[in-house]
Every structure is written in structure tokens, then in C-alpha cells.
Design a binder for this molecule. Sequence first.
Ligand code: PEP
Ligand code: MN
Length: 366
Amino acid sequence: MKTEVKVSTKQKRISNILEETGRLIIAGPCSAESQEQVIETAKALAADGRVHYLRAGIWKPRTSPGSFEGVGTIGFKWLNMAKAITGLPVATEVGSERHVYEALKHGVDMLWIGARTVSNPFTIQEIADAIRGVDIPIMVKNPLSPDINLWEGAINRFARAGVSQLGAVHRGFTLSGESILRNNPSWNIPQLLQERMPELPIICDPSHIAGKNHLVSPIAQRAMEMGFNGLMVEVHPNPQQALSDAAQQLTPLSFANMLNRLISEPGYSNPDELLSELRLEIDLIDDELIRAIANRMNLVKHIAEAKKLSNTDVIQPSRWESILQRIGQLASDQGLRPSFVRKLFNSIHKESCAFQQDQILQSAVK
Ligand code: PEP
Ligand code: MN
């Protein structure tokens, strides 16, 4: 059955896309869910005209069992229909040798390696061996932990397998607790990767960093400001109904609006978006500061007990002196004024001593 006009799907190399447009844009749903959903998204993205690849997860590596784990190989049929209708090349995630064979058999145009998979060098090697000899672009996401060597190592395994079109995707790193963002952007890590691999295109996935749709745009803005080579964004025709990552997916319209604001003109920057992103990062760091201080106070509770058992005074001037010295050195290594850090720590120390005195008094009363 002939439905719509076929568009030529002759693929451009990533380096040509970057040369021509200055950025690589990959967009599409977190997961392929149905034929209608894939085709509707593809049509909207193709009509936008700024998207180079349609993404959709066919197999979803979920943290907890029981979550939606993807539709499996039936999804390739939908991706291929979307490609035939719109001309958009398609990309999916592979997490095993079998996934690679299935994806290649179904003519997928680009593969990406998810954060959970990148954390396992055995799997990465297995995937790299399966890809050897095939000229397909591979995008390697960062691992869950902020371990640049693990990320670089995975990229090198693909380079050694002869993959000539390689890119990295920065999707943020696991945070230690609930926070304003889903993942910590730790921008210094992709920056360091770029210093180590100056030729490597690195794009940003603001969706998985943000975790919430209204935070995607400021993260994307920051990435553009920092000179990332493009974006991978989750776009779903009906985000609230999405079977995975519902909170962070954009509608095609809000995605287009975001691109208008962020990248319609090269070098254009939106100061309001940038300010909101910088504030997000400040909030994230403040959350971490509070958590770190709370952890410190919890330890102080144990210290109070230990001091009581060993009949040691709460205030130990020599210990305090050595803390101040160590902290002062660290502060000046980090470009902080020692007088400010001393004030900050004096205040923490005062609270900690008061806390210990209270603990000791309370246990004396019992
Ligand atoms: C995804 O892209 O939907 C995905 C699972 O991403 P990540 O591997 O970054 O968590
Ligand atoms: Mn997702």
C-alpha cells in the first residue's frame, strides 16, 4: 500500500552535518510506543526541518524491574515507516550484541549506547566487536558515575573497532539524593573530555539532565553557550501519556519553540534562559551543601558518644587547629579566600560543639 511520497534517505556523515549547520540535532520519544506515536512525532520533527535524526528507544534499560522495558523488534517496523514517510534517518539504543544485530538487520541509521551500558566495559567491548566493519555512527552517552576514564575508555573501544563516526552525549551524572535536576550536569567533565579528545563531537541531552520538561530549555541553553556540538532531546506528541520519562519529554511545539529561542541564529544566546540555568546549578549545589552539612552533623552525634565514652573534652584545640589548616589550604587551592572559609568553618564548628554539648547533657539526664 502506497501511503505518502518517499523522501530520499541518503544519509549525511556527522562531520558534514556539523560543517553545514554547526550542530547535530537528534530528537524523538524516549521510547517507541506505537506506530501512530512514532509516525506522528517523526512528521512533526521533519516538518520543523532542523532535526537530523529521529531517536526512539526500542529496548529500555530500566533501573527497576516492572517499568516499561520497550516494545522490542516490532518498533523497527514503525521506525522504518517513519523514515519512509519523512526521510528522517533513525537512531536507537543498543545494550547488547543481540541488539546490535537486530538494529543493523532492520536498517537503523545510528546507534547510541546508554549510560547504564557504558558503565560496563565487558558489554561495551561485546557491542564494539559486533559493530566492527560496519560504517554506522555511534553516540556514546556518559556513564552514570562521573568517571571520565570510563567514558573515554568506551569511546576508545569503538574507535579501535574501526567506528569512524563517533560522538559523545552528555546526559549528566547520578545525584546522591532528590534534587531539582534529575542528573548532575557537572559540566567540567564533558569539558575535560573535549580537551582530551578535541576532534570528538560532543552533544548534550538536556532531557535526562533536567528530568522535568520546564527545565530542559535552560539546560540546553547552557550547553549551547558552552559550545556543545548539538542536542539529543526527548520529544513526544503527548508527554503526559508517555510510557517512560513522561515528566521530561517536550511536545513537538515546545521543542520547536525551544530551538527558536536557543539556536535560530548561530551564537545567539538568551540571557534569561541562561540565568535560569545558572540558578538551577546554584540550587543544586546548595542542596548538596545542605546534605553534606547534615551528614557532617550526623557524624558529630557519633563523635559526641565516642568522646563521652573516652572521657574526652568536646573542644580539642589541636584537632580544630589542624582542621582549619587543612581546610585553609584546600580553600586557597580552589581560589577561595581563606578568611571567608575560616568564618564558614567557625560557624559550623560552633554548631557542632553546641550539638555535642547537648548530646552529652541529654545522655547525662537519662
Ligand atoms: C534514553 O535516552 O532514553 C536513556 C535511557 O538514556 P540514558 O542512557 O541517558 O539514561
Ligand atoms: Mn529517556
